[in-house]
Ligand binder design. Sequence first.
Ligand SMILES: Cc1cc2nc3c(=O)[nH]c(=O)nc-3n(C[C@H](O)[C@H](O)[C@H](O)COP(=O)(O)OP(=O)(O)OC[C@H]3O[C@@H](n4cnc5c(N)ncnc54)[C@H](O)[C@@H]3O)c2cc1C
Ligand SMILES: NC(=O)c1ccc[n+]([C@@H]2O[C@H](COP(=O)([O-])OP(=O)(O)OC[C@H]3O[C@@H](n4cnc5c(N)ncnc54)[C@H](O)[C@@H]3O)[C@@H](O)[C@H]2O)c1
Length: 469
Amino acid sequence: MDFDLAVIGAGSAGLSVAAGAAQLGVRVALIERGRMGGDCLNTGCVPSKALLAAAHAARAVREAGRFGVIALEPIIDWDRLRAHIRGVVAAIAPADSEARYRALGATVLRGEARFLDSATLSVDGRRLSARRFVVAAGSRAAVPAIPGLDQVPCWTNDTLFELAERPDHLLILGGGPVGLEMAAAFCDLGCAVTVVEAARIALREDPELAAGLRRVLVRRGVTIREGASVARVASGPVLVLSDGSRINGSHLLVAAGRTPNTEALDLPAAGIQADAHGIVTDSGLRSVSNRHVYAAGDIASPVGLGPRAFTHVGSYHAGIIIRRVLFRLPARLDYTALPRVIYTDPDLAQTGLTEAEAAAAGLPVRILRWTLADNDRAVAERDTDGLVKLVAVRGRIVGAGILAPQAGEMITAWSLAIARRTRLSALAGLIVPYPTRSEAAKRAATGAFMARLFSPGMKSLVRLLGRLP
Ligand SMILES: Cc1cc2nc3c(=O)[nH]c(=O)nc-3n(C[C@H](O)[C@H](O)[C@H](O)COP(=O)(O)OP(=O)(O)OC[C@H]3O[C@@H](n4cnc5c(N)ncnc54)[C@H](O)[C@@H]3O)c2cc1C
Ligand SMILES: NC(=O)c1ccc[n+]([C@@H]2O[C@H](COP(=O)([O-])OP(=O)(O)OC[C@H]3O[C@@H](n4cnc5c(N)ncnc54)[C@H](O)[C@@H]3O)[C@@H](O)[C@H]2O)c1
């Protein structure tokens, strides 16, 4: 065997597996056909957050008047904005580079991997055998089969961040995390934006939190069409809906979900079962049909759990695979406290179960809320949109959803609370610094005890105790 482990794909998931394995002295091949770092570094998380940072700065200038700070409409220099995004990607790139992985001890092969049989790959014609394989080939933007869409120039996340032109009016097909983050960004940068969504925006998220986000985006000027069925796309671009209405724009971004990158791999040659969602695995990420193969990141579709397309999931998967393959431990996925964040400012962050998920599981759900309108820090900053919504079952927290600026920074504590099965009473007893938005979450937890604390029985008890010497 040429290698102990061959990792296909140098995105978040593949890089994490290769780094762990190489540092443990395993002979590991890391194979990448495109750019090191995959989607997250080049066409996903990193450029999108760099773009959002610029967009938030523009809005901060535009909205400074509410503090009595007089500012004019910001001027966006698109050349410098482009350079800013490239600069951020370049600053992070060394961590994902070929040089770094070679230095860690991995053999980095540039080329497209294809299975020849269950123990052999071809990498651009070169044969390579390995004892185990990790397929971490990721996903790409799914382009829906809408008549005319293939005839009209459109952006996906692959091309968007080149910012080839300033869109006067950006049409966005899809109101999931990509569509919403980019709607927030381009709107803040002064472009007209229309989101056209087949169902409702942020479909996976709690409807109450999604409604709060919708209100904010609409107030800022984003047009949102939900429940819209696009019958065809005409040049312009124009989205023609099935009710006959037409939505004209200057540019079109397709953000309608993901498709796993399975085609080039010739998975059947290695007997690896896959479906439209990715490689079918057990809950420890091993292929259900080839014991030597594991899947990680966006391309992994564990039975009963399904894919989760997040960078932090890719590295979590890597940890599971390292434990299983190298340490022979019975590691299994557990998404009980998996966080996710839509970075729209306010961010929509969720961990654990939503109210609907907990109710669907037949759990006796108790919902606790606190709105940012009742949070002193939010009031001081004149930014009171948002809500904390906790999902509790039998006195323990099982889910938390937060719509707030920097909610992504607030959610980790709630993941820990869920993972550790923390009691609401412990959360309500926490000392939280004043004034912070985190207080809103504590106040939500405290709400569980208010009625009992200030009940007539408790008043009688206090009266009685007051009579003691
Ligand atoms: C616009 C956008 C914003 C996002 N923002 C966030 C965010 O803020 N936070 C977050 O957690 N997630 C975010 N995501 C999701 C995140 O980017 C992905 O979940 C993550 O990058 C997936 O990592 P991966 O390693 O599974 O796949 P990828 O990053 O896609 O890497 C797979 C690699 O495999 C290579 N490859 C494919 N086939 C072959 C082959 N046959 N041979 C050799 N190489 C191959 C590809 O070239 C690619 O480099 C975002 C996604 C998008 C699109
Ligand atoms: N901040 C983050 O962590 C972040 C950011 C971006 C992306 N991501 C990851 O990438 C994944 C992909 O994001 P996404 O937003 O592209 O996909 P998505 O699947 O989450 O959302 C796509 C949306 O497009 C809609 N849609 C599909 N076909 C349509 C059509 N023909 N017309 C109108 N609407 C249509 C769907 O109803 C859905 O609401 C996410 O699920 C997430 O896991 C994460």
